[in-house]
Design a protein around this ligand. Structure first.
Ligand code: PGA
Length: 247
């Protein structure tokens, strides 16, 4: 059975002092990990995070990567730069980037490709808005988003992580029911399987208001392999409880 994976997405939060306190609390709260754990931090904190987590069982990652390899792209951070800081994961296509930075499916697919080329595991986010769900377009939306990444990266699809994050559940306190989430996860797994490769081995995470109270029920679903945690990953006791629910 593949290991479960719990990933914190700090978003644009943190400070040198707050990060230190949080990472030290996580390190001391985790004796030995039976599930994989990572934190995806703002790029300027990768150096600090790599120092504080090196030698631990926890991995770290970035929240975005440039679709370009290098050059005149002011403000962008390349996969090669992330690699220098030892990142294992990189979130791509988070709904906040799709929504606020107009990232389309093709761009997300190219970002996943840049990460894979450098041996960084892209955490590919897909998810429908409330309007799309209400219009009965959940399945069409998530499969379209994932298809773009599969097409661009076909032989390496087995090396990605997928995160199903219904947009209406992110940061709202409104979680998808375990049944709603399971339905979409099974659909995504079938899509990955149809693309070739061993879909059973690809981690599909749920994200969207996952917290210490609802994690166990979500993680009990057969196709929910872990979580991508925003708000609750900023509080060590809550994040540790979610990790414990995944063991
Ligand atoms: P949330 O965020 O847990 O705060 O809802 C999840 C995410 O956006 O990755």
């Amino acid at each position: 059975m593949k290991k479960r994976l719990i990933v914190g997405n700090w978003k644009m939060n943190g400070s040198l002092a707050a990060n230190r306190a949080l990472l030290e609390a996580l390190r001391s709260g985790l004796d030995s990990l039976r599930c994989a754990v990572a934190v995806c931090v703002p790029a300027p904190y990768l150096a600090q995070t790599s120092q504080l987590l090196s030698g631990s069982d926890m991995a770290w990652g970035a929240q975005d990567v440039s679709a370009h390899e290098a050059g005149a792209y002011t403000g962008e951070v390349s996969a090669a730069m992330l690699k220098e800081f030892g990142v294992r994961y990189c979130i791509v296509g988070h709904s906040e980037r799709r929504q606020y930075h107009s990232e389309a499916d093709g761009l997300v697919a190219a970002k996943a490709q840049r990460a894979l080329e450098l041996g960084i595991t892209p955490i590919v986010c897909v998810g429908e808005t409330l309007a799309e769900r209400d219009a009965g377009r959940t399945e069409a939306t998530v499969t379209r988003q994932l298809a773009a990444v599969i097409e661009e990266n076909a032989p390496r699809t087995a090396d990605i992580v997928v995160a199903y994050e219904p947009v209406w559940a992110i940061g709202t306190g409104q979680t998808a029911t375990p049944q709603q989430a399971q339905h979409v996860h099974a659909l995504l797994r079938a899509q990955l399987g149809a693309a070739g490769g061993d879909a059973a081995q690809i981690a599909i995470l749920y994200g969207g208001s996952m917290n210490a109270g609802n994690a166990a029920e979500l993680l009990a679903q057969p196709d929910i392999d872990g979580g991508l945690i925003g708000g609750a990953s900023l509080r060590a006791p809550d994040f540790l409880k979610i990790i414990a629910a995944a063991l």
